[in-house]
Ligand binder design. Structure first.
Ligand code: XMP
Length: 319
């Protein structure tokens, strides 16, 4: 793609010009955006870049291993695997308000990045995979009045608080363009095609109070759901799919016994840029089979709902 080839060259030139001989740390989540940003910046400035992968204990099944293996072993990038799950989960104990969750997580991310900006010998730049929709959603929503729907979209706050300068090479791009750039940079399709995953991770897929037990159930249920979607060849048709553990228990019957377990919501949407979305029209067979598999394979769930809400009026995440 000649357009992306040109964009790549221009972006690399700008990064070199902006950064000079300073050190940069990049928050790497393993999502498409931060992965593309990291590979691009690494191409521009090599080992002046250190990636920081923060494991906040809110990741999906096997996710940390996948990301660390990919970037450390495959790309040979300097990468810090910051296992901070106790820090995050302890701070989130008893917190049920979505915005308080986001702010708590945001504050701790900053702490962890600050710590590692020092640990790499004084990084002055923080790199982020901010996209154009992140920039505009912070200003207005669907062209309406200026309302902040979710605080993650406040993209400006981080560097001031940290005293770091920002490198955001994807700030002008939409998601499909980031994917094209990723392909141009040779990232494997398995990474480029990954569904978006929010920074606060499973915290906002576990409405209400978060516990380690709930997270464990959610992780296992989500893995079964995604496995079903892959097995049916639907993964690439869907913008984003995930399970959310609802803050309610319901009565069920399994074998000879009564159960009193969590209800799970399944969500899947199609979208171009995440700003608007339609729920995905799974067949009833698929939904029935998936519900059965989850209830049989995941202890702690005895009921499964499918979320048929589009955006607007719903948002993609439940919180
Ligand atoms: P919503 O739920 O606002 O999501 O319709 C739109 C897109 O943004 C992602 N999202 C987040 N990403 N931090 C993030 O990095 C967040 O706090 C956050 N909340 C939502 C969501 O997964 C979807 O792709």
């Amino acid at each position: 793609d000649w357009t992306m080839g040109a964009y790549r060259e221009e972006a690399i030139r700008k990064i070199r010009e902006q950064v000079g001989d300073q050190k940069v740390i990049c928050g790497l989540s393993g999502g498409v955006d931060s992965s593309v940003a990291a590979v691009l910046i690494h191409e521009a400035i090599g080992d002046q870049l250190t990636c920081v992968f923060v494991d906040h204990g809110l990741l999906r099944l096997g996710e940390a291993e996948q990301v660390v293996t990919m970037f450390r072993d495959h790309y040979n990038m300097p990468l810090i695997h910051a296992d901070e799950s106790d820090l995050f989960l302890n701070a989130l104990e008893g917190v049920s308000d979505p915005e308080v969750k986001r702010k708590t997580i945001g504050r701790l991310f900053i702490e962890v990045f600050e710590k590692h900006a020092k640990s790499v010998g004084g990084a002055t730049f923080l790199a982020q995979g901010t996209l154009y929709p992140d920039v505009i959603e912070s200003v207005s929503f669907s062209g309406g009045p200026s309302v902040t729907i979710k605080s993650h979209h406040n993209v400006g706050g981080l560097p001031e608080k940290m005293g770091m300068k920002l490198v955001e090479p994807l700030r002008e791009l939409f998601k499909d363009e980031v994917r094209a750039l990723g392909r141009e940079l040779g990232l494997p399709q398995s990474f480029i095609g990954r569904h978006p995953f929010p920074g606060p991770g499973l915290a906002i897929r576990c409405p209400g109070e978060i516990t380690r037990d709930k997270l464990e159930i959610l992780r296992r249920a989500d893995a079964v759901y995604i496995d079903q979607i892959r097995k049916h060849g639907l993964y690439d048709e869907i913008w984003q799919a995930f399970a959310a553990l609802l803050p309610m228990r319901t009565v069920g019957v399994m074998g000879d016994g009564r159960t009193y377990d969590y209800a799970l919501a399944l969500r899947a949407v199609t979208s171009v840029d995440g700003m608007t979305a339609d729920y995905y029209p799974f067949t009833h067979d698929f939904l029935g089979e998936t519900a059965t598999r989850i209830i049989n394979e995941v202890q702690g769930v005895n009921r499964v709902f499918y979320d048929c809400t589009s955006k607007p009026p719903g948002t993609i995440e439940l919180e």
